[in-house]
Design a protein around this ligand. Structure first.
Ligand SMILES: Cc1cc2nc3c(=O)[nH]c(=O)nc-3n(C[C@H](O)[C@H](O)[C@H](O)COP(=O)(O)OP(=O)(O)OC[C@H]3O[C@@H](n4cnc5c(N)ncnc54)[C@H](O)[C@@H]3O)c2cc1C
Length: 456
């Protein structure tokens, strides 16, 4: 259809495909994949293009945009079947009308179903549940590179496990079915700790069984934990949303806009840092004093970001650590943040976050494959110095035995990926050879990270 550079939502990654095709049907996807003359490789599907890495880049190839395939096909008693381009938030609010909800309510409402079923996601695990959306994908339909159609479901668990991590490298997803759950009232509250308090109380906090998401400020030594749990027996007829709306407005708009303006307008380092921490302190105050509720609507956690980002945008990165080694890793992250600031003058200008996610082997590249993990994720307006910081963050996290996500951890190296996933890479490559022997779907980003012999 059209061609030209396409950027990810944040504007940090540019893709220069020769063809950009906005597909509206399965037949159109088949037509693209079976005509290599007109639609050159690599053929990469994208949804909302919110990834912070080049996982969806199709340089010199063909970009397949799925957003126009957005129909909800069926809502069952405990499943929903949707086309690949639908937005997660739209489906979640439709589920609400039927007294249902997704298990995992990631903050990003713009996430598309296609990415959700075959890529990495994270939200703090609710008690006894997974924190990765793909783990609830129980049926995936794809167009393979040769134009044939493949349906994968729970009858082939090994293949389904690989498909849930396939990032469009086996085929282009056109439809997916997710297991969903009964809508439930969600309680929400926050508590603030110092590192030492958090370290002393972590076993007790884990034993509470609540979900735990954290706002972390290494510069002021504050760890503010969001605790959530379902109140299964409570009525769902009047669930409150204002708490999430306020949190979402501050988190997705006010905080990044403030961080951007302070970084731009205040070059004096000490004042700049003081202003950032003053604002971060206000956010923590509001979280602990105001943002709480006994019966909130789970869907209201999700944010629909504007289609084109503005100065209120932010970016982030992520690594996950076995929870038994988390304190050591978090201490090292504190040290890196402070030491890097002293050495270079660069500091992350928004609150970092962290998620506790339960053990999960449902997908091959699950970052909690070997046990329950907790993450620490720097968040930034992407000001000058961010990429340099990220490379040091990646080195630290890899040395500490962490695990990254291909669509959310930027600037990875092959050796870091090998360190994190080991033998699982070979298993993945065996599946990929089976479905895409000619590497029609393979781009430079994945070639470098997944293929043996690539530079480390
Ligand atoms: C502001 C912001 C907030 C965020 N918050 C969260 C959060 O709270 N939790 C979280 O988990 N993530 C979060 N993310 C990250 C985001 O969820 C992931 O990057 C996700 O992949 C984005 O979805 P997308 O539809 O934009 O996918 P894209 O970026 O378009 O694609 C992601 C990958 O999936 C592949 N793909 C997409 N569609 C298909 C398809 N139909 N068939 C085959 N392959 C396909 C692409 O090729 C690519 O490799 C956030 C990102 C931003 C920018």
């Amino acid at each position: 259809m059209t061609a030209g550079p396409v950027q990810n939502w944040f504007g940090s990654i540019t893709s220069s495909p020769r063809q950009v095709v906005e597909v509206t049907s399965v037949e159109e996807i088949v037509a693209v994949l079976t005509d290599p003359q007109r639609y050159p490789a690599p053929v990469r599907a994208v949804g909302s293009n919110h990834s912070t890495t080049a996982c969806g880049v199709a340089d010199d190839g063909t970009l397949v945009v799925t957003r126009k395939m957005d129909r909800i096909l069926e809502i069952g008693e405990d499943t929903v079947t949707v086309q690949a381009g639908a937005l997660y938030i739209d489906v979640n609010y439709e589920l609400r009308k039927q007294g249902l909800q997704f298990f995992v309510n990631v903050e990003l409402g713009n996430l598309t179903i296609g990415s959700a079923c075959c890529g990495g996601t994270k939200d703090a695990s609710m008690p006894g549940e997974f924190g990765q959306i793909a783990s609830y994908a129980v049926g995936v339909k794809m167009v393979l590179p040769d134009g044939s159609l493949l349906e994968v479901d729970e009858s082939d668990p090994d293949l389904l496990q690989a498909v849930r991590s396939s990032y469009g490298l086996f085929g282009i997803v056109y439809e997916a079915t997710f297991r969903v759950r009964k809508l439930a009232a969600m309680s929400l509250r926050h508590e603030k700790f110092t590192f030492e308090e958090f370290a002393a109380r972590l076993p007790e906090l884990q034993a509470r069984g609540d979900s735990m998401m954290m706002y972390i400020n290494p510069f002021r030594d504050t760890i503010t934990i969001e605790f959530r749990r379902y109140r299964e027996a409570a009525s769902t007829s009047r669930l409150s949303e204002w708490q999430w709306k306020l949190r979402n407005y501050v988190w997705s708009h006010m905080a990044p806009l403030y961080g951007y303006q302070v970084t731009r307008l205040v070059p004096w380092r000490r004042l700049n840092s003081a202003l950032i921490d003053f604002y971060n302190g206000l956010i923590v105050f509001a979280l602990t004093r105001v943002i709480k509720g006994r019966s909130t609507l789970p869907q209201a956690q999700q944010i629909l970001y504007p289609p084109v980002s503005d100065n209120a945008r932010y970016t982030f990165s992520i690594w996950a650590f076995p929870e038994e080694r988390y304190l050591e890793a978090l201490r090292a992250y504190y040290d890196l943040s402070l030491e890097h600031y002293r050495r270079t003058g660069y500091r992350i200008n928004l609150l970092s976050v962290g998620y506790r996610i339960l053990e999960d082997q449902s997908s091959l590249f699950s970052y909690s494959y070997d046990g329950t993990v907790i993450t620490f994720d720097p968040v930034s307006t992407g000001s000058h110095g961010w990429d340099v910081f990220l490379r040091e963050y990646n080195t630290l996290c890899s040395d500490l035995g962490g695990t990254p996500l291909f669509n959310q951890t930027n600037l990875l190296t092959r050796s870091q990926v090998v360190g994190a996933f080991g033998d699982r890479l070979e298993t993945f490559e065996r599946f990929r050879d089976r479905f895409d022997p000619d590497c029609r779907l393979m781009n430079g980003f994945f070639r470098e990270l997944l293929t043996p012999g690539s530079p480390s």
